[in-house]
Design a protein around this ligand. Structure first.
Ligand SMILES: [Zn+2]
Length: 133
């Protein structure tokens, strides 16, 4: 399985991470088959407004989920940023990954990124394939 994302979309997430003093977060909408293809990035406010943790603001989160449904897209991933720590799942992220068993894309403010899934309780890295357009 690969996570396919447009360069433009990944760039937008990284740019937001780079310019924020808090973790940023949101959903990746798209279609999941053998590979997971991102069609749209949807930012959701981090209600913790924290540099070390995130929680999506619940009302915005529901709005985002409704939007995905209206567009006939699935939530194929969740993204968030790490500040001054590598883009790998934290202990707290692992709990979130159990609740949301989709691909987790993590970026940092320096432009590094990684994608992960939890499979049978273990974190597996997912290959990210960047589409130029
Ligand atoms: Zn995290």
């Amino acid at each position: 399985m690969r996570l396919i994302i447009r360069q433009e979309d990944l760039g937008m997430v990284i740019e937001r991470a780079r310019t924020s003093k808090e973790e940023i977060c949101g959903f990746l909408f798209g279609v999941a088959g053998e590979d997971v293809e991102v069609r749209e990035v949807r930012f959701v406010r981090n209600r913790l407004a924290s540099p070390v943790a995130f929680e999506m603001e619940p009302v915005e989160m529901v709005e985002a989920l409704d939007e995905a449904e209206e567009k006939g897209l699935e939530v194929v991933g969740i993204f968030h940023s790490h500040l001054k720590c590598p883009p790998r799942p934290s202990g707290r992220d692992l709990k979130g990954m159990e609740l949301w068993p989709v691909v987790w894309l993590i970026v940092d403010e320096r432009g590094n990124y990684g994608a992960y899934v939890l499979r049978e309780g273990k974190v597996e890295e997912v290959e990210v394939s960047i589409k130029l357009r």
